[in-house]
Ligand binder design. Structure first.
Ligand SMILES: Cc1cc2nc3c(=O)[nH]c(=O)nc-3n(C[C@H](O)[C@H](O)[C@H](O)COP(=O)(O)OP(=O)(O)OC[C@H]3O[C@@H](n4cnc5c(N)ncnc54)[C@H](O)[C@@H]3O)c2cc1C
Length: 296
């Protein structure tokens, strides 16, 4: 690849102009996915648009009740700055790759790759995030669940870039966990995020690596929301009834449509999701009971 084909915009506007003028060029942020694809010959890049010198993409800021995470924000930066506002997303960031990958890899790259196993996706779903997409002529915001349309496919247009993820600040306890063969450098066999939203009296979920796209377990969310209303548990902070937790876990598992592949069998993924759901709902609820700062 010659220097002329390695394009280095220094502003987001310039990057968008390049994106519009060169439909075949590949956007490159940390390159932790792009280089793997190039090295294995699965991607053929005439030109790369290097986004690492676009300052707007690296910005992370709080606007009202929402955190705007620029697409170029790395996992390392998220971990260092956003633990209090975005606990589930930060918990997911901590599990990505290794320190080297967390220094380079970005949230925009995770969205751009749109892998069903991308670790950012379940917490973004459980938090009710939105993705800001921009082209040289317009911008739009897409709810995270509408962003993915198949394995490694998203609604990102050929003339668009991901500008940012807009993530509501935590208004209650959140958790993320993934199952893998070891604790580091592992792509999820399956993963789950759970977020309690006492202000809207909702429990939200995000499932990863157990369906063609990351998704929420809506029936499980409705079941536990009903249980919490019936028992007035948001107000009393009473312990959760085991049968209600067990049914929540069953419904989370049933929401997935996993396949057998090199990382695990479908049956194992369903089992692991049941275990994660039971544990994570319990962890979040116990934190809600314990912490005076969380209230409905
Ligand atoms: C050893 C190793 C371990 C890994 N472990 C994990 C893991 O544990 N969990 C996990 O989820 N992932 C993992 N990954 C995958 C990868 O690190 C992540 O997906 C990371 O978030 C990609 O970010 P990046 O900035 O490097 O993206 P890049 O490689 O630069 O880009 C990835 C894709 O996104 C597009 N893109 C990048 N930025 C934008 C933008 N602003 N707008 C539009 N499109 C854009 C690119 O064109 C490309 O298609 C691993 C990768 C490696 C090599």
């Amino acid at each position: 690849m010659s220097p002329e084909s390695f394009l280095r915009p220094t502003s987001f506007a310039e990057a968008l102009e390049m994106r519009a003028a060169r439909p075949g060029a590949i956007a490159a942020a940390g390159c932790t996915d792009v280089l793997v694809e190039l090295n294995f010959g699965r991607l053929h890049a005439g030109e790369l648009i290097d986004l690492t010198r676009v300052p707007e993409l690296g910005a992370l800021g709080v606007e009202g009740g929402t955190v705007r995470v620029g697409a170029g924000v790395t996992y390392d930066s998220l971990i260092r700055t956003a633990g209090r506002e975005l606990p589930a997303l930060v918990a997911a960031a901590r599990t990505v790759g290794s320190p080297l990958i967390r220094n380079r890899g970005t949230i925009g790259g995770n969205l751009g790759s749109a892998s069903p196993a991308g670790d950012c996706h379940p917490p973004l779903i459980a938090c009710g995030a939105e993705v800001e997409l921009a082209s040289a002529t317009s911008s739009r915001t897409v709810p995270i669940e509408d962003f993915f349309c198949g394995p490694k496919r998203s609604v990102l247009g050929p003339d668009e870039l991901v500008a940012a993820a807009w993530v509501p600040r935590a208004d209650g306890p959140q958790a993320f966990a993934k199952v893998g063969t070891r604790n580091a450098m592992v792509i999820a066999v399956c993963s789950l995020a759970v977020a309690l939203h006492p202000s809207s009296r909702r429990v939200r979920t995000g499932i990863g690596s157990a369906a063609p796209v990351p998704l929420a377990a809506r029936a499980a969310e409705a079941h536990i929301a009903g249980h919490l209303e019936e028992t007035r548990a948001w107000e009393t902070k009473a312990p959760l009834q085991p049968a209600a937790v067990e049914h929540f876990a069953e419904l989370v598992s049933a929401a997935a449509s996993p396949i057998d592949d090199v990382r695990g069998r479908a049956e194992y993924r369903r089992h692991a999701l049941r275990v994660l759901a039971r544990r994570m709902l319990t962890w979040c609820w116990e934190e809600y009971r314990r912490e005076p700062r969380w209230a409905a």
